[in-house]
Ligand binder design. Structure first.
Ligand SMILES: [Zn+2]
Length: 207
């Protein structure tokens, strides 16, 4: 049986799915990365399916926005001084794809659209449709650009699940503005049309 899995971030807990994944006869794993900040990729070296033969893994990113290819990022990560092993340790059938060459891409049974948002080093939000369900994942962003926020709010229409960054509170946002994140009040307004919202990436100092 062919089973497709989709990941939108490879943070520190991403090593967990091994047992479940290996129950699937032919797992195909699609990982779309909004950007390459360490909290979004640090799970990759511990993502057990990477080290299993017979697993197909595709890594996607908008390389124009990030000014770095996803393949280059992997070569930098899988190297000294971060890891004792290089890319040769990867046993899965791994491929890379730049999402910047089209507005909409088909990935397996899903379609994925992208929207550039303000964040130091760049960030791309994703809207993914699979069967009759739609998910938006914002990645990290700052709500400083009015045009982008209008587009993002329009994107949220008829979305079943919005996974929206809201790191700060309105009270501590200004003191941390240079980090390029948003606060829960602005995120809540943007996500108003969404049927279900998950707030993600809250700062530990925000409670
Ligand atoms: Zn970030």
């Amino acid at each position: 049986m062919r089973v497709e899995k989709y990941y939108l971030r490879c943070g520190v807990w991403s090593g967990r799915p091994r047992a479940k994944l290996l129950q699937d006869e032919t797992p195909e794993i699609n990982i779309a990365l909004t950007h390459f900040h360490i909290d979004h990729i640090m799970g990759l070296p511990f993502f057990a399916p990477l080290f299993e033969k017979g697993v197909r893994i595709r890594l996607f990113a908008d390389e124009t926005v990030l000014a770095c290819s996803v393949e280059e990022m992997m070569h930098r990560l899988f190297a000294q001084p971060f890891l004792p092993m290089g890319m040769e340790a990867i046993q899965a059938d791994l491929s890379f794809q730049d999402l910047s060459d089209a507005e909409i891409h088909t990935i397996g049974d899903a379609t994925i659209e992208r929207l550039e948002l303000c964040h130091p080093g760049g960030n791309t939000a994703f809207r993914i449709r699979h069967n009759d369900k739609t998910v938006v994942y914002t990645g990290d962003f700052s709500h400083c650009d009015e045009h982008q926020m209008r587009r993002l709010t329009e994107w949220m229409e008829n979305v079943d699940l919005g996974i929206v960054e809201s790191t700060f509170t309105p009270q501590n946002y200004n003191a941390n503005k240079s980090f390029g994140h948003t606060h829960w009040h602005a995120a809540g307004k943007i996500a108003m049309p969404v049927k279900k919202v998950v707030r993600c990436a809250p700062s530990p100092s925000c409670g």
